[in-house]
Design a protein around this ligand. Sequence first.
Ligand SMILES: Cc1cc2nc3c(=O)[nH]c(=O)nc-3n(C[C@H](O)[C@H](O)[C@H](O)COP(=O)(O)O)c2cc1C
Length: 148
Amino acid sequence: MIEILVGSQMGAAEYVAEQVAETLVQAGYETKLHLQPDLDQLSPTKVWLVITSTYGAGDLPDNIQPFADQLAQDRCDLTTLSFAVITLGDSSYDTFCYAGKTLRQLLQQHGAKPLIENLEIDVLAADLPEEQALAWLPQLVNSIKKGE
Ligand SMILES: Cc1cc2nc3c(=O)[nH]c(=O)nc-3n(C[C@H](O)[C@H](O)[C@H](O)COP(=O)(O)O)c2cc1C
């Protein structure tokens, strides 16, 4: 089971998450989308895939900020957890894709293991965000398989 945690203000990251979930289901994985991620509703024994955009000056979208606050305050042990992060951002900002960097750091502080480098999707690039995500997905699936 792959828990997909979505951080999205205007829907672009949410759309990417839906496309990624559909493709993972086709590859034989069970997925669950969390549009309001809540630490208490997530199992730390599964793979978490965070898909988030970046707002403000490198900030997290409003819907995933409470989850980051929970993580920052909680002493939870995530050492059994593997995770990956897809971030959407705009490369004209100095704080390009910082939301993903912040969440990666928070998860690692609790002992969770990154499966792969963060995918940083530039919304200014010619390819659509979902195309960039789906092109990268086989790398993620390989790293999940290696960990199984
Ligand atoms: C007000 C505002 C602030 C933003 N700040 C950042 C930023 O600091 N870093 C970055 O990489 N992208 C930034 N972006 C770009 C968004 O992350 C990008 O447009 C993304 O596709 C939005 O996804 P969403 O529709 O899921 O919220 C910003 C966009 C807006 C509108």
